[in-house]
Design a protein. Structure first.
Length: 264
């Protein structure tokens, strides 16, 4: 071995071996403060006195008094459902039909309570049928529906029972109460986004609780919830929330305590 020729390399290796412990010693030790975030400070929101009551930043869509936040989905004339004793009831009459919010929404949290009549008749999809359309994207479009139905001892296809994303996702469990009892939906809606050419950028997602129980866990929608055919996406930005006056012959269902919170 030619130690004279390799002397520079040996010296360099020795220098690195000596310096490495020094570099390690110079690294600052992690502190709790390194991972603390202080800004921006979240806004203060006062919760309702009860879980079902709207928080301070909610938009109240129905408080039992009137339909001022709603219009006919068909022609945007004033809504004509029945308001009585603090309750909003579907009016099944020619020319009335579905209602939708005057306001348009993108991402939001929604609370809604509904009641299937105690004397409900019919079976399957013809028993207490309605729908909460999380985005009503325009005349002739199906939009995105969270199904409302009497699913207490009432057999139908599982992706069409209460709390299903209609024709796309059955609920994780069936927590329907008896007809005549009030029930609740709590929903987080993440709207789809689109590229300039109309193609899908990010899909829609739904998380839903039925009577306080998780039934849709961040489900990714395949597109609009169609009665017939395969779902697809169609570009939109913001959309109203719609309630359905279904054409079945069973007794009309009722709603109360509807509120929504815009989300970033």
């Amino acid at each position: 071995m030619n130690t004279r020729r390799n002397a520079p390399a040996i010296a360099l290796v020795s220098l690195i071996a000596f310096a490495l412990p020094l570099v390690a010693q110079e690294q600052p030790k992690p502190r709790p403060e390194d991972t603390e975030v202080w800004q921006p400070v979240p806004a203060i929101v006062t919760p309702g006195a009860k879980d079902s009551e709207p928080p301070s930043d909610a938009i109240v869509l129905f408080d039992g008094k009137n339909e001022d936040e709603w219009v006919s989905a068909q022609d945007h004339t004033p809504a004509q459902w029945v308001v009585h004793d603090g309750i909003l009831t579907v009016k099944k009459a020619p020319g009335v039909g579905n209602i939708e919010t005057k306001r348009r929404f993108k991402n939001y949290q929604l609370h809604l309570e509904f009641r299937i009549p105690e004397n409900i008749t019919g079976s399957g999809q013809a028993r207490g049928n309605s729908g909460l359309f999380l985005a009503s994207t325009g005349p002739g479009d199906d939009g995105y529906e969270l199904q409302i139905l009497d699913s207490y001892n009432n057999t139908t296809y599982v992706n069409g029972q209460a709390a299903s994303i209609y024709k796309q996702s059955a609920p994780l469990v069936n927590t329907a109460r008896k007809p005549g009892e009030w029930q609740s939906y709590d929903v987080v809606w993440t709207a789809p986004t689109f590229n300039d050419d109309g193609s899908l950028k990010t899909p829609a997602y739904v998380t839903a609780f039925f009577n306080g129980v998780l039934v849709q866990n961040h489900f990714q929608l395949k597109g609009q919830t169609l009665y017939i055919g395969r779902p697809f996406y169609k570009k939109y930005d913001r959309a109203p929330i719609k309630l359905q006056a279904h054409g079945d012959k069973s007794e009309p269902i009722s709603f109360r305590n509807i509120w929504v919170r815009d989300l970033p």
